[in-house]
Design a binder for this molecule. Structure first.
Ligand code: UT7
Length: 327
């Protein structure tokens, strides 16, 4: 059975920064509250000229350059996003922009778990021998869907895109994974379609509406994350025949520094082994893990053969972990 190697990472560079002080001009909040409760100091925001496709393409191009792979070599593009430019899917626009003429491309939606779910999904195509070269992108422009007058959510989110290149290899570097969903907690975090009825012809009405801004029960999601994330990482480690002592880097979905600290504490992973870019980016949903990973790789922290425990969690509710070995 072919194995999976992670041979490149990349991210998009968003130049517009929205600081905590900027936000305090709009809602009743403060840098002190946001940084103490979340660890966030600023987030990056897509401009009106950016698109989900342009950010995802930039991240993918940078990952391909690191992997020294041409776009024509890609067999599959999986784009994890909850904020597509087109509800029919945005991955094909990325395929076109990359010039990945041979690749099949599709979107995958699992909110903030999207990158881990996409990584595992894409890896199955490699393991079964169907595809050799795959790009997995996590990208979100949540600023489109944030209620900028709701201080309980608007301070958390930012925009971003990150990507990794997977290649078929002899040794399998996806060492273990575990994916979970619990729809009974769906109401805790939503970006839901608000249906209205519109008469079409006599006796037949159709749905007309739009998506409502993000709503979240922060306390419930917080409790869920600090209990479920360590558990799912331990399950993925078990499948990899590893223990928490084998973790070189913990790369979690960047939702809240307090969640990162609590999970690391529970797993006994020292803080210097926890990758965090919370302060600079906030929560970028499906982008947060590949963005954090890429920054750590480019900073020379993550080295070939390092064991990375990564975990995503969020709306659905969904959560999942993957144990990967870099390089
Ligand atoms: O990516 C998907 C996964 N998402 C998450 O993992 C998010 C998980 N949840 C969290 O990270 C935290 O629950 C939050 C950061 C969202 C909130 O932190 P918290 O410590 O749970 O605060 P809280 O909701 O318990 O609110 C405490 C107080 C409240 O005031 P009262 O009722 O005690 O008077 C809020 O109204 O803080 C108030 N508050 C704020 N104050 C200033 C809430 N938001 C703000 C704000 N600025 N932005």
């Amino acid at each position: 059975m072919p194995g999976v190697s992670l041979v490149g990472s990349g991210s998009a560079c968003l130049t517009v920064r929205l600081t905590n002080d900027d936000l305090s001009q709009r809602v009743d909040t403060s840098d002190e509250w946001i940084s103490a409760r979340t660890g966030i100091r600023q987030r990056h925001i897509a401009t009106p000229q950016d698109s989900l496709a342009s950010l995802a393409t930039e991240a993918a191009q940078n990952a391909l350059a690191m992997a020294d792979m041409a776009a024509e070599e890609i067999d599959l593009i999986v784009l994890a996003t909850s904020t597509p430019d087109d509800l029919f899917g945005t991955a094909c626009q990325v395929q076109k922009a990359l010039g990945a003429t041979r690749a099949v491309a599709f979107d995958l939606t699992a909110a903030c778990s999207g990158f881990v779910f996409a990584l595992v999904t894409a890896s199955q195509y490699i393991r079964t021998g169907v595809f050799k070269n795959v790009i997995v992108i996590g990208a979100d422009v949540l600023s489109r869907w944030v209620d900028w007058d709701d201080r309980t959510t608007c301070v958390l989110f930012g925009d971003g895109a990150g990507a990794v290149v997977l290649r078929a290899s002899e040794r399998d570097r996806l060492l273990g994974f575990e994916l979970c969903s619990d729809g009974t907690l769906n109401h805790c975090l939503n970006l839901a379609y608000a249906t209205e009825s519109a008469d079409l012809v006599k006796d037949i009405a159709v749905q007309k509406g739009t998506f409502s801004p993000i709503t979240m029960n922060g306390r419930e999601v917080y409790k869920f994350a600090v209990s479920r994330v360590p558990e799912v990482i331990e399950k993925a480690l078990f499948r990899a025949s590893l223990t928490t002592a084998d973790i070189d880097w913990l790369v979690l979905h960047q939702a809240n520094q307090r969640i990162l600290d609590a999970v690391a504490n529970r797993l006994d992973v020292p803080s210097e082994r926890v990758v965090s870019n919370m302060a600079n980016h906030g929560n970028t949903s499906a982008a947060s893990i590949p963005l954090a990973l890429d920054e750590a790789v480019r900073a020379g922290k993550i080295q070939p053969d390092d064991v990375i425990a990564t975990a995503g969690f969020g709306a659905g509710l969904t959560w999942g972990a993957a144990i990967i070995q870099w390089g």
